[in-house]
Design a binder for this molecule. Structure first.
Ligand SMILES: Nc1ncnc2c1ncn2[C@@H]1O[C@H](COP(=O)(O)OP(=O)(O)OP(=O)(O)O)[C@@H](O)[C@H]1O
Ligand SMILES: [Mg+2]
Length: 292
């Protein structure tokens, strides 16, 4: 089956979704789908509507128009982690199971945290510590572990790497891929670091000012010079594999040139930013056509 086409077996299916905050439209006609066991990235600049989208998937926000169908247990790692700082790590984990329906497991089994420690062994030595006193990376692991306590079939992560050191991010990313591979958990990953998101996930959506600007295979999106310029902070696409021929200079066209940094755009602040956004949208749309 082609996972890039919507299917009745999708665990998440969003059609023509419009979400508003009072009169302000945050999502405008967004459609998206996630197949069982798929890892899907959601990238885009600040204010694009990424958190609004995942908050609608998990029922925190309601659609104004369109439909959201979730056919599996879903759990969210919220933006900013949102620990219960005065509670221990173990208690934070157990809270993740609080509203989980029985589904054949008794209450004691539901609240058993041992398997989460097996998956995230760094948490073992801090299990009795107050979550508020942990490092950012440790807190993010607790947030992931807490979401896992409901045994989700779809895990939605709003900003995996925010404020974390690269090594910590790499560690978390490894845990995620392991979870996906070994337990078949589908993952919807929101990530400011678009390169990381495209590396981790096989498919991606680019959200721009509340609309889907591009979607498709991550490798195709990453290879698009316009996507790279707009979202990866690079003038061209991702660098090629190590044995690729030497890249030409930064002015030469080509999808695998080594990058020089171009600042990412922030929506609607200056004419320049607007220009960057327009280029990003055009590039993203071109990449979507290429990816299809
Ligand atoms: N509670 C709210 N009330 C009013 N407007 C809001 C609210 N939350 C978000 N918005 C607006 O909705 C739009 C989308 O915001 P959202 O938080 O979904 O973006 P985002 O892509 O998650 O951004 P970031 O990368 O900064 O987290 C923005 O214009 C934002 O200002
Ligand atoms: Mg957000």
């Amino acid at each position: 089956m082609n996972a890039s086409q919507p299917s009745p077996s999708d665990v998440v299916e969003v059609r023509d979704l419009v979400v508003r905050y009072s009169a302000a439209t945050a999502l405008d006609n967004v459609s998206l789908h996630v197949a069982p066991g798929e890892m899907v990235a959601l990238v885009g600049p600040n204010g694009a509507g990424k958190s609004t989208l995942v908050n609608t998937l998990t029922g925190v926000l309601a659609p104004a128009l369109g439909s959201v169908v979730v056919r599996a247990r879903i759990a969210q790692v919220p933006e900013g982690r949102q620990m219960f700082g005065d509670l221990s790590v173990d208690d934070n984990l157990r809270l993740g199971a609080w509203r989980s329906p029985g589904r054949g497991r008794n209450r004691r089994e539901q609240r058993d945290t041992s398997w989460v420690y097996e998956l995230l062994p760094d948490l073992v030595r801090v299990r009795e510590r107050k979550a508020g006193g942990l490092s950012g990376g440790q807190q993010q692991m607790v947030a992931v572990g807490r979401a896992l306590m409901s045994r989700p079939e779809v895990l939605v992560i709003d900003e995996l790497s925010l404020g974390l050191a690269p090594l910590v991010v790499a560690d978390l990313a490894e845990h995620l891929t392991e979870l996906n591979r070994e337990q078949g958990t589908a993952v919807v990953l929101i990530e400011q670091n678009a390169r990381l998101a495209l590396d981790l996930c096989s498919r991606a959506y680019v959200l721009e000012a509340g609309r889907i600007a591009a979607e498709g295979n991550s490798a195709d999106l990453a290879a698009s010079p316009d996507i790279a310029r707009a979202y990866l902070g690079e003038t061209q696409g991702l660098p090629g594999p190590p044995d690729a021929p030497d890249a030409p200079g930064p002015d030469a066209p080509g999808p695998h040139d080594r990058a020089t940094v171009v600042p990412a755009s922030t929506p609607g602040t200056t004419e320049t930013a607007r220009g960057n956004q327009d280029t990003a949208v055009r590039g993203a749309q071109a990449a979507t056509r290429e990816a299809k």
